[in-house]
Design a protein around this ligand. Structure first.
Ligand code: SF4
Length: 336
């Protein structure tokens, strides 16, 4: 379960971790803020190598990825720990577990065999932040590629740049949580900061071949003003391009924010409208029933291409995937 970590250097008896922007200086016998990287005799080790806190087969739409192998199943794996401390975390029992007890062992080849047996063309590193098990995810991704499978990451994107480049450079698709468009939000509610996340998004989009989608969980009174949503969408269009799908999803009271009400449907609809007005070509609704907000349309002629009901693909109207049957225009994504 332990394996040598990457992205660190020694500092006397301590080590300095270079994986995420916290840059923890870790004394001998101690762990970093994520709780799963430890200084053992002057060497940084990962405590969660070849482990899992849970394996499940999900629809790829649940990640959410709408423009990557739509309608397919994905074998999903998580461990424990996180680099963030989001007060609204919906997976806090594993992200803030505070212990590595209870993890099960699983090897890379076992993952591939299981994915193939379940008819999954991809494996996702998800449920908790994959940065904290980046070495293991990279090893598993390599095995996936050798076995003809794709590798997917669902992440907060809170990496140092070199680690981001190496990690996402090995992934075929990623959904990055852009939790808000305000540094204050990140500091107050997540124990993190905004700028490194934006830098990771730009690295993925411009320096890797990884397919990118973005998700923002809208929390009433925290990140849901028109101005903030508009600024976020403008930034995505300018920095990442209009073809990056953005998912606005509804918050449900959880963890340390149980007194905040769930996000109304109209807030998600408003965010979608703002995103489209700002020039985004694909803006989706999440965690609310919204057929139009979960439909993929051709950005050139508005022909309906993929319809979904919840996480299920109802209909896929391609004759040639990625090419609109209405106007022949290209539609961004990895469709097969
Ligand atoms: S990955 Fe963990 S140990 Fe490394 S800097 Fe981030 S919180 Fe600290």
């Amino acid at each position: 379960m332990t394996a040598p970590a990457r992205w660190w250097h020694p500092e006397g008896d301590a080590v300095r971790c270079e994986l995420c922007p916290h840059g923890c200086r870790i004394a001998r016998g101690r762990r970093g803020a994520c709780g799963v990287r430890e200084n053992r005799e002057g060497q940084l080790v990962s405590l969660v190598a070849r482990t899992t806190s849970g394996l499940a087969v999900d629809p790829i739409e649940k990640k959410p990825l709408y423009h990557f192998l739509p309608g397919s199943k994905v074998l999903s794996l998580g461990t424990v720990g996180c680099t963030l401390r989001c007060r609204f975390c919906q997976n806090w029992t594993i992200s803030q577990a505070g212990t590595i007890d209870g993890l099960s062992s699983v090897g890379p080849q076992e993952l591939v065999t299981l994915a193939l047996a379940e008819g999954c063309p991809s494996v996702a590193f998800t449920y908790n932040e994959p940065a904290v098990f980046a070495e293991w995810a990279l090893e598993a991704a390599e095995a996936c590629h050798a076995g003809g499978l794709a590798a997917v990451a669902v992440s907060a994107g809170f990496f140092q740049p070199e680690a981001a480049l190496q990690f996402f450079g090995a992934m075929d698709a990623a959904n990055i949580d852009l939790k808000a468009f305000s540094d204050g939000f990140y500091r107050r509610l997540c124990g993190a900061s905004l700028a490194p996340v934006l830098e990771t998004l730009e690295i993925i989009r411009h320096r890797t071949r990884c397919w990118l989608e973005v998700t923002t969980l809208l929390i009433p009174g925290e990140n849901d003003t028109d101005v903030e949503i508009r600024n976020l969408c403008r930034w995505v269009v300018r920095a990442l391009g209009p073809d990056v799908p953005v998912h606005f999803s509804a918050f449900h009271p959880d963890h340390r924010m149980r007194s905040v009400p769930a996000t109304p449907r109209r807030t998600v609809a408003r965010a979608r409208t703002i995103g489209l007005e700002q020039g985004l070509r694909f803006v989706y609704s999440g965690n609310v029933a919204d057929l139009e907000g979960s439909t993929t349309r051709c950005p050139h002629c508005q022909t309906t291409l993929v319809t979904r009901d919840g996480f299920r693909v109802n209909e896929s109207r391609w004759s040639d995937p990625g090419v609109c049957p209405g106007c022949g225009g290209l539609v961004a994504g990895r469709w097969v």
